[in-house]
Ligand binder design. Structure first.
Ligand code: CRA
Length: 832
């Protein structure tokens, strides 16, 4: 072998400073094609990412080979969203080479923190559901579980949010514009996916009735693989994302007719399939392109899963022993009909056997009870787009309803509620019912949410299949959300209890005894202050507002949604503003209210709330009479990268949804782990956070889910009475309605005021207002006592170990998937 080539081979694996430095210089020239003098920050990012990627590849292949050789049972996580964020810091930290990389760059005269900033934020998701999928990938790899992620390689991620005159404006998020160094295109991994056409009946070789899907349009799904590095770098799993490609034969037909431009146009249209992520969080648009996206990635993934299975097996009997497929919400639920189609139509498996295999293979996670988010596709659309699947769904339904008839005797509504088809109005396929029926396990994402699932959306199914629903409370990865994002605190923790917590977050409970240690408290505060300074600088850069580092950082970061009640928060801010103006001699606890979050582009009310926050901020921030004791900022373009700066810097975590409406929340966990105290309702995982951190270390207020339910059901709730009896609420609303915050357009907020009054205040903002203000007051009072506040903050961090996504993922692995850790064999490293 050419000596130079050989030395490069070794270099590619070297993890020391010299080896890294040499590879950086080599990569910059030979792969990025730049001279060091001309290289931009982005060039260096690509250089470093490619060099780091080199260090993953051997272990990645070892991992895949080990799974293959052992014919290990794999879990496939099917998700329309993966909110990954940046990968460089994550890869370095999980490989354990952050310091070496920093030094190697130093020697070239570069700063790692600057290089990191050139990486775009991969925003292939909307919010909690997509970020959960990304945390799960990290946990599967860190727990050595043979886990694959499957999704769509959107060309445009979640839109970029800017504010223009205080209004949200959306811009395309072109994260792939300069190339993506982490992905490996696999042009040879290509599967056909069909749409439209019709179903033909025929007799098979033994004279049985059979069906084939003909005259369909064909799209190809091409794979792009991204390595997923587990902590320690031992296991490196795969995230496989599909991109739409037009078929070649399809185009050539048109070429022969001479219709060249038409052919190219068709190609572009076909490839639009994977162009853009739908920007709705927990709502469903009912658009045909969305249905096609769902089927596109699900079908390609299933074909890939079956191909892998067939490398070791000649029939499908043991598919459930070798593959567990998790449906992340109903977005991939069409997979149930698709696996039936593949087994029955393409592989000649009998219906009953195929159904047993399907149900034993799939499991489904429900992420919301909001009726507007429960997918229900019009039967007419399904018949047109996926005619064979519609038939299969009818067949599944007929067999199921037939079986249930006996049990449903005497209850007419019951069968129609169990049906996969909603017969009211235009007929629709209920994807939740299909997912439930086609899965052996169905889970909710917090204890409360799972109970409510049993009582509401799936009450009839729960009665029919009492063993099927189970709870898997969400979690977050401590690697990204503490070890990487909060280096000051991570270093402090490690200095006291060692670094075992990074891999096993339950060890963090050892900090609890340090809560009474004055020196530790002081250091804990110092770490928080450092993070607050960083956030203050970020706020100044992004919004031009100067905030006091020692003020109480009160943080609400999440999608803009009425049920999340950013409105409640801003109303309390107005009330506080009034109090401060009324009592200028009181020594107020300075407060900085920090908001961030995107609204779905078509969600007018949420966008109006954004405008309101910006309008209120403008008035408050410029009013000298509050002496800088209150600042309000709404940070633009909230994403994973922004969250990594915000979470470590928060003092107070706002988790104030109307009880019963937030399935779990995961931002609540990130904030508490980073030492913020929660102010929240008994909703979603807040309930379990309270159990873990203790009632004394959290501010709980407001109606419970049961009380919300009763109040709404009674029909007796009158927000006008509540407003009339609460002067500070009334005053805040009057200010909004008289244009104090919108002198240019005094009626701007009429829709909000309308919703809170004549609209009946569905989200019970007025009902919880007074209790919320009291909880806020308690938080401010406590903040005066920095020692006591810090003690509680430490106890929050110490008691959040259970909320690691490692815990969650191991529960899925043992209780749903029956998948076990597999240690990769690394022959290249044991040879020498
Ligand atoms: N919007 C829930 O609303 C939950 C996440 C992840 C959500 C959150 O409370 O933490 O899922 N639901 O489980 C959802 O997307 C389709 O439903 C969310 O992110």
């Amino acid at each position: 072998m050419d000596a130079r080539y050989k030395s490069r081979e070794i270099e590619r694996r070297s993890l020391d400073v010299d080896g890294l430095k040499r590879s950086f210089l080599e990569w910059l020239v030979y792969s990025v094609g730049k001279d060091a003098r001309a290289a931009t920050r982005r060039d260096w990012f690509h250089t470093v990412a490619l060099a780091v990627r080199d260090r993953l590849v051997d272990r990645w292949m070892d991992t895949t080979r080990t799974y293959y050789q052992q014919d290990a049972k794999r879990v496939y996580y099917l998700s329309l969203e993966f909110l990954i964020g940046r990968l460089l810091t994550n890869s370095l930290a999980n490989l354990g080479i952050t310091d070496q990389c920093r030094q190697a760059l130093d020697r070239i005269g570069l700063n790692l923190d600057d290089v990191v900033e050139a990486e775009p934020d991969a925003a292939l998701g909307n919010g909690g559901l997509g970020r959960l999928a990304a945390c799960f990938l990290d946990s599967m790899a860190s727990e050595a579980l043979p886990g694959y992620g499957y999704g769509i390689r959107y060309e445009f991620g979640l839109f970029e949010q800017r504010f223009e005159h205080g209004w949200q404006v959306e811009y395309p998020e072109q994260w792939l514009q300069f190339g993506n160094p982490w992905e490996f295109p696999r042009p040879e991994v290509l599967y056909p996916v069909q749409f439209y056409g019709r179903v033909e009946e025929f007799r098979d070789s033994v004279g049985e009735r059979a069906y084939r899907w003909v005259d369909a349009e064909r799209v190809l799904a091409m794979a792009y693989d991204t390595p997923v590095v587990g902590y320690g770098g031992d296991t490196i799993n795969t995230l496989r994302l599909w991109s739409a490609r037009a078929t070649r034969d399809f185009n050539f037909g048109h070429f022969n007719d001479g219709a060249y431009m038409k052919a190219v146009e068709q190609k572009v249209l076909t490839e639009n399939l994977s162009r853009v992520l739908y920007p709705n969080d927990a709502t469903e648009g009912g658009k045909e392109l969305r249905l096609k996206q769902e089927y596109f990635f699900t079908s390609a993934s299933l074909q890939d899963i079956l191909r892998r299975y067939l490398q070791h097996h000649s029939n499908f009997d043991s598919l459930p022993d070798k593959a567990a497929i998790q449906l992340n919400d109903t977005h991939p639920a069409i997979g149930i009909a698709e696996l039936m189609r593949l087994l029955v139509d393409q592989h000649g498996v009998t219906w009953d056997k195929a159904w047993d295999i399907t149900r034993a293979t799939f499991s489904y996670t429900n992420h919301t009870l909001l009726p507007e988010a429960l997918e229900a596709w019009p039967v007419r659309m399904m018949e047109r787009v996926l005619p064979r699947h519609m038939q299969i769904i009818y067949e599944i339904n007929a067999k199921f309803l037939n079986r249930s008839k006996a049990r449903a005797a005497g209850d007419n509504g019951r069968l129609s509620r169990l049906s996969l088809i909603d017969e009211r109005g235009d007929r629709r396929v209920r994807m939740g019912n299909l997912a439930f029926l086609g899965s052996h396990k169905v889970n909710g994402v917090s204890a409360l949410h799972t109970e409510l699932m049993k009582q509401t959306v799936f009450a009839d199914f729960h009665a029919e299949f009492p063993e099927r629903i189970n709870n898997k409370t969400n979690g977050i990865t401590p690697r990204r959300w503490l070890h990487q994002a909060n280096q000051p605190l991570a270093a402090l923790i490690t200095s006291r209890i060692g670094n075992g917590w990074i891999k096993d977050l339950s060890q963090i409970s050892a900090l609890a005894e340090k809560a009474d240690d004055l020196v530790f408290r002081e250091e804990f505060r110092r770490a928080k202050r450092k993070n607050k300074k960083r956030l203050a600088a970020y706020i100044a850069r992004q919004t031009g507002v100067d905030v006091q580092v020692d003020s109480l950082f009160d943080v609400q970061v999440k999608r803009m949604h009425e049920y999340k009640r950013q409105l409640l928060n801003i109303l309390q801010a107005i009330a506080l503003y009034n109090e401060m103006r009324d009592n200028p001699t009181v020594s107020w606890v300075p407060v900085t209210k920090i908001f961030a979050g995107k609204a779905a582009p078509s969600y007018h009310m949420a966008k109006l709330i954004i405008k309101l926050i910006n309008d209120v901020a403008k008035v408050v921030n410029h009013d000298p009479s509050v002496h800088d004791n209150l600042k309000i900022v709404l940070l633009p373009n909230y994403n994973v990268t922004a969250a990594e700066i915000i979470m470590p810097a928060a003092d107070l975590s706002e988790q104030i949804s109307t009880a019963g409406m937030e399935a779990s929340g995961t931002g609540n966990m990130k904030l508490a782990l980073n030492g913020a105290l929660t102010i929240g309702t008994l909703d979603g995982a807040n309930v379990e956070i309270r159990e873990h951190v203790g009632d004394d270390n959290i501010f709980i207020f407001g109606l419970t889910a049961e009380e919300v339910n009763d109040l709404r059901a009674s029909g007796g709730f009158n927000p006008r009475d509540v407003i009339a009896s609460n002067p500070s609420l009334k005053r805040a609303l009057d200010m909004i309605s008289t244009g104090v915050f919108s002198p240019d357009d005094p009626h701007r907020y009429h829709p909000i005021l309308q919703a809170l009054t004549d609209g009946g205040d569905h989200f019970l903002v007025t009902a919880d207002f007074s209790d919320y203000c009291q909880a806020q007051q308690a938080a401010m009072d406590l903040y005066r006592d920095q020692e006591e506040w810090t003690r509680k903050a430490i106890l929050n961090t110490a008691n959040m170990g259970w909320f690691s996504s490692d815990r969650t993922i191991m529960e899925y692995a043992t209780e749903i998937w029956d998948v076990h850790p597999v240690k990769p064999e690394h022959p290249a490293e044991t040879e020498t």
